[in-house]
Design a protein around this ligand. Structure first.
Ligand code: AMP
Ligand code: MG
Length: 388
């Protein structure tokens, strides 16, 4: 197992299954082999509380190169370094300013990534040549035990082929990565379902570069002046968040996002889906439980003249519970892709709280294919720019 797949005749990925509810000691023991693979420069996918990560030793350039190769990740998109204890932070960041310390005290371990000035220990490959580094301490027991057992900081982007929806289960990782990585640790599904919040602490005031598992509102309880990166600064020139330059979270079928009042959204989804079905196409609907309930009788009766396609529904959770929607979002996109739909129509959500991260992922998955209907989907606190 110590050799990377490309060194061996036939690439294989070892799958191990662990019970995340086991004790920390037991988990560390079960993860001994995975930890050894990491120390030896291999690649290991593992669950975190946000999505599955693809880990490699952050201090080993070759291991980092293997992560980029396995994902097909553009070299200019830096990785997040994962740690298991506060002590490790000192060796990764050259300085930890008071604001960063306060956020870490409040939200670590958890889905918050801090951008800090980089220490010399971190190779340039990890940070894509930037003089800052992204650090996070995950709370998932399997992630924590693996990093502790490895005894090295672990660079880990999401364990998907670059550009695709992030993986929230071991099955998703296997689908994208089997044969490309050394090992996959199946520790059940990732609860939160969207990635960590990335906040740049090297500027004043701190700036959220990517909304995620910790909300803007929660961060403002600690640092009230926190701002959110708006618009497409990443499209040219040096980007604040290099990840913004790239295609992201995209299902294989083109997705259209409907924005506006809920009733108007449902009407729009109906009429667009009906038009596609009349053309004989398979239409995927990425919708809430409530919308699915509203559509179910209509879908049964949908059809009519001419060739008739099909409607496939992926229900992703209640509109009244953003954490359910976040948790089901990427899985819903992947299920519709697996059903080989020709196109997808997605409902939109209020952009407050976790809704900001959800809308950010939906906007990016839609890649500009937005259908505006009457009324506002979000709220007046957050401009549409901040979710793009
Ligand atoms: P991923 O791990 O694929 O979910 O993405 C990590 C995100 O963190 C990407 O959007 C990166 O561009 C961003 N990131 C990582 N390191 C830095 C950094 N030093 N400065 C700004 N953004 C970063
Ligand atoms: Mg990613």
């Amino acid at each position: 197992m110590s050799d990377a797949p490309e060194k061996r005749g036939k690439p294989t990925t070892v799958l191990i299954v662990v019970d995340p509810s086991g004790s920390a000691e037991r988990l560390e023991a079960e993860l001994g082999e995975a930890a050894r693979v990491l120390r030896d420069g291999g690649t290991v996918a593992f669950p975190t509380e946000t999505v599955y990560g693809l880990g490699g030793n952050a201090l080993d350039r070759r291991a980092v190169a293997r992560i980029f190769a396995a994902k097909g990740r553009p070299q200019d998109n830096p990785l997040i370094v994962h740690i298991a204890d506060m002590g490790a932070l000192e060796s990764i960041a050259s300085s930890v300013l008071p604001g960063a310390r306060a956020l870490a005290d409040r939200f670590w371990p958890g889905p918050l990534t801090l951008i800090l000035p980089k220490s010399d220990a971190i190779p340039d490959e990890v940070t894509a040549g930037l003089d800052s580094v992204a650090v996070r301490m995950p709370s998932h027991p399997v992630a924590a035990a693996l990093i502790r057992a490895a005894g090295v900081p672990v660079a880990a982007p999401s364990a998907n082929i670059s550009g695709r929806p992030s993986p929230t289960s071991a099955e998703h990782v296997w689908h994208d990565m089997a044969g490309r990585i050394d090992m996959l640790v199946d520790g059940g599904s990732a609860d939160i379902g969207v990635e960590s919040t990335v906040i740049d602490m090297t500027c004043s005031p701190p700036m959220i570069l990517r909304p995620g598992g910790i909300t803007l509102e929660e961060i403002r309880e600690v640092i009230p002046e926190t701002v959110v990166l708006t618009g497409g600064e990443g499209l040219d020139g040096p980007a604040k968040s290099p990840g913004l330059r790239h295609r992201h979270y995209s299902p294989e079928a083109q997705m259209w996002l409907v924005i506006g009042e809920w009733d108007a959204q449902v009407d729009e989804i109906k009429s667009r889906a009906a038009a596609e079905v009349r053309l004989g196409r398979r239409v995927g609907l990425l919708v809430s439980t409530e919308t699915a309930a509203k559509l179910c009788t209509w879908i049964r009766d949908c059809g009519g003249e001419g060739p008739v396609g099909e409607i496939i529904v992926a229900e992703i959770g209640s509109r009244n519970d953003a954490s359910q929607v976040a948790s089901g979002l990427f899985d819903g996109m992947r299920r519709l892709d697996a059903a080989e739909v020709d196109m997808m129509l997605a409902e939109s959500y209020d952009a407050r709280g976790m809704g900001l991260a959800i809308m950010n992922r939906l906007m990016r998955a839609a890649g500009g294919r937005i259908i505006r209907v009457q009324g506002e989907a979000g709220n007046d606190l957050i401009s549409e720019k901040s979710i793009e």
